[in-house]
Each structure stands twice: as C-alpha cells, then as structure tokens.
Write a protein that binds this ligand. Sequence first.
Ligand SMILES: N[C@@H](CCC(=O)N[C@@H](CS)C(=O)NCC(=O)O)C(=O)O
Length: 219
Amino acid sequence: MLTVHHLNNSRSQRVLWLLEELGVPYEVKRYERTRSMQAPPELKAVHPLGKSPVVTQDGHTIAETGAIVEYILSRHGEGRLMPPEGSDDYWQARHFLHYAEGSAMPPLFLKLVLSMIPGRAPFYLRPVLSAALAKADAILVRPEIATHLKHWEDSLGATGWFAGPQMSVADIMMSFPVEAATSRVGYDGHPALRDFLQRIHARPAYRQALKRGGPYAYA
Ligand SMILES: N[C@@H](CCC(=O)N[C@@H](CS)C(=O)NCC(=O)O)C(=O)O
C-alpha cells in the first residue's frame, strides 16, 4: 500500500488529487503544522528534509512533489495524464512538471517570507522594516510574479489546460502555484486562471482528495 505523508494545508494535496484521478489505493498519514507553520519534527523520521509530501511504498521513500508524481505515473499511470510521448504537448507537460516547483514557487515563497518578517521583529523596528520590505516586494517580487502569471494565462489560453487538449499531470502540478498566487495577488486580468481553478475544484477526484487530506485553505 502506498502511504502519503501529508501535511495539512500544503502542496501535498496535489499528490492525493493525482492518486484519486488514477484510482490508486493509498493511505494518508496526516501531520499538523506547528504554530510557526512548520512541519512537525516527526516528518524528519520519514525523510531527513522533514517536508511534505513524502510517499513510502515497498521500502521506497520518495520526497519532492515532482519526483513523487513521476514515481506514481511510472508505477500506476498506464499512460494516463501524460500527452503522447515525444509530442509538443508531452514536452510542455514535462516543462510544467519541473517548472512548478523549480521556478513558479520561489517568488511566491519569497513574497510570503517578506510579509512575515515585520510581525516577527521587535515592535519598534516594524514600521521601518515594513517600508523597506514593501519596496523590495514592489521592485523584485511583484514584477517576477506578474511574468509567471502571464506565462500561465497564455499557456492556458489555447485549450484551458497547461499541456494539450486534455487535463494532464501539468495541471495537477500547476494547481498549487495557481492557487497560492491567486490567493495572494488575485485574478485581475487573468480570467483563464480563475476558470482553470473553478474547473479543477469541481472535479470529483479533487473533492475526494480534499476529504482525504483535511483542511486546505485554497479550495
Ligand atoms: N519543493 C518541495 C517543497 C516541499 C515543502 O516545502 N513542503 C512544505 C509544505 S507546502 C513543507 O513541508 N513546509 C513545512 C516546513 O518547511 O517546515 C516539494 O515540492 O516537495
């Protein structure tokens, strides 16, 4: 049996969604974030990085969402959720499989960290820190996020999916960056992103994954 080591309110939700789409049996081991929003120390006993998701099966322990998704597809996919090998859509799906965590998430994470700093600083430093970080956000982070949002909007434009005419693994990987970004900066000028989220959130497999994973802030 495949076990998903799942942290509440996290990108691990994508792994549950993938398994539901494929109809693969799995068990969920839930972990709760600490007050500082970090993973609890028990996750370090599963994998040294102590992050979620991690999956375990038949003596394998696999961390990192993209690698987990590749593992699940190679063991249980039977060609599903991947465009025909070698086609343009296939390489587009591979692009988004790596890009979601490699390039899309870092500026969103930076934005989150910048927003948390003033609240954790001594109160007398907060006004000056807030002003400096707002400037860093405006100069460095927001333009970067805007470039990514345009790439997503343009990519969805043709078919409503990230790689080709049908839903694929690209859409599952990209769901978390799209959910995280739009919850922070909204949908202004990005109707395809709003439409994408409405369609994926309505899928029975997505809804079943929410039931298995527990509270999730983005859907
Ligand atoms: N790129 C990694 C990121 C893993 C990651 O940072 N997971 C978050 C959950 S959204 C986590 O475990 N955060 C808790 C912590 O860092 O303590 C992946 O996709 O698996």
